[in-house]
Design a protein. Sequence first.
Length: 95
Amino acid sequence: MATLARLSFAIDAGRHVAAGMLKAVAALAFWFGWTQVKAGRMTFEQVLGAYLAVFYAAFGAAQARRVHWWVRADTAKARCSPWSNGSTIHWMGGY
């Protein structure tokens, strides 16, 4: 159990580090965009659009990986489930 607790702590610590790094990258991107606006090279709308596009793509990719893992796990569960005929519909409440 001690090993499991240490592993859980390490995973949580890794998540906090990743979140901190993401915040740092977001702050750096915002600062860079603001300098471009102040220098007159880009408009605020262009900077905001680029900022949102990059982070939307990053979060979308992360979410897609998470959902893909969940569907794979649930598909395996559905195949082994006595309440299922082998289809993946059962996670939506069907049989």
